[in-house]
Design a protein around this ligand. Structure first.
Ligand SMILES: Nc1ncnc2c1ncn2[C@@H]1O[C@H](COP(=O)(O)OP(=O)(O)OP(=O)(O)O)[C@@H](O)[C@H]1O
Length: 262
């Protein structure tokens, strides 16, 4: 990401932001609520368009139609959103097949076991608990081929055992050569996974918090990333933030404990 700028009306969230992530690196984005972490990640996955700057993945410029980028990039960033009529196992099967796995069953079964959703594999997503929905969302990233993992607060809604699992899993992914960019408020996850931490901060905030600019890094010999934000201006409500999904929220009660696959 180079020279990235994103503003909402008069409010500049990111300015002159540079970040380079290599294979085997895990970059944690930290910072207070509203610092711009999700905005950055949404730009990175193409869900939002920066006002200025460029984003390249493996030398290919990011555009909505960049198939080769979407093929390599596994993401869990927005509010959970699933097909309401597909069971847990059908979701994972479908995703794996859509990404070219000809025999997804062993991979899907393994990840179902890992995220402890075997008993729920025949249920519809809307009947899962919120933590189980998060486990399903994370599983969707791990059943498909990937070179880059983009995760926004992947620890959200997980119990402490789930966070420990996630920490181990992401560390493995990193050690397997993946590049990871994730936003998190969980220090144990950041400490356990990140090779580098980019702290996004708000310049001149009026709420008395310490005003920081730019970057706090962990990990030796890393290039300097820089984020500059100014939120002293009036709030802009013109654009709705992260619209809620219109589906995938079935009331509980229609659950089946039978796996849909034979
Ligand atoms: N579509 C939008 N329209 C107007 N303002 C927006 C929009 N999207 C984000 N913002 C604003 O941009 C700022 C950064 O939001 P963002 O969601 O990126 O923060 P964050 O660091 O991810 O916060 P959190 O830790 O709470 O998840 C916030 O002040 C938010 O209100």
């Amino acid at each position: 990401m180079s020279g990235l700028r994103r503003a909402f009306g008069p409010v500049t969230i990111l300015d002159k932001f540079n970040l380079e992530v290599r294979e085997g690196e895990a970059v944690a984005l930290t910072g207070r609520n509203g610092a711009g972490k999700s905005t950055l990640l949404r730009c990175l996955v193409g869900a939002d368009k920066p006002d200025d700057g460029t984003i390249e993945v493996n030398g290919t410029k990011l555009t909505e139609s960049a198939v080769e980028i979407r093929r390599d990039m596994a993401t869990v960033i927005d509010d959970l959103d699933f097909f309401p009529d597909l069971s847990v196992v059908e979701h994972l099967d479908l995703l794996a097949r859509a990404h070219g796995l000809t025999d997804p069953e062993p991979v899907v079964d393994e990840i179902l076991h890992e995220v402890q959703l075997i008993p729920q594999s025949g249920q519809l997503p809307g009947t899962l608990s919120t933590g189980q929905q998060q486990r399903l969302a994370l599983a969707t990233a791990f059943v498909r081929p990937r070179k880059l993992l983009i995760l926004d607060e992947p620890e959200a809604r997980l119990d402490s055992e789930g966070i420990r699992w996630l920490t181990t899993r992401l560390r493995q992914e990193r050690n397997n050569g993946l590049a990871i960019v994730f936003a998190s408020h969980d220090l144990s996850l950041v400490d356990g996974v990140a090779t580098r931490t980019v702290h996004l901060s708000v310049i001149g905030a009026e709420d008395g918090h310490e005003a920081l600019e730019g970057l706090t890094q962990s990990g030796p010999g890393q290039p300097t990333d820089f984020a500059k934000k100014d939120l002293r201006q009036p709030v802009n409500n013109q654009q709705a933030k992260k619209p809620k999904p219109s589906h995938g929220r079935r009331p509980k009660g229609s659950q089946s404990h039978r796996r849909h696959r034979g």
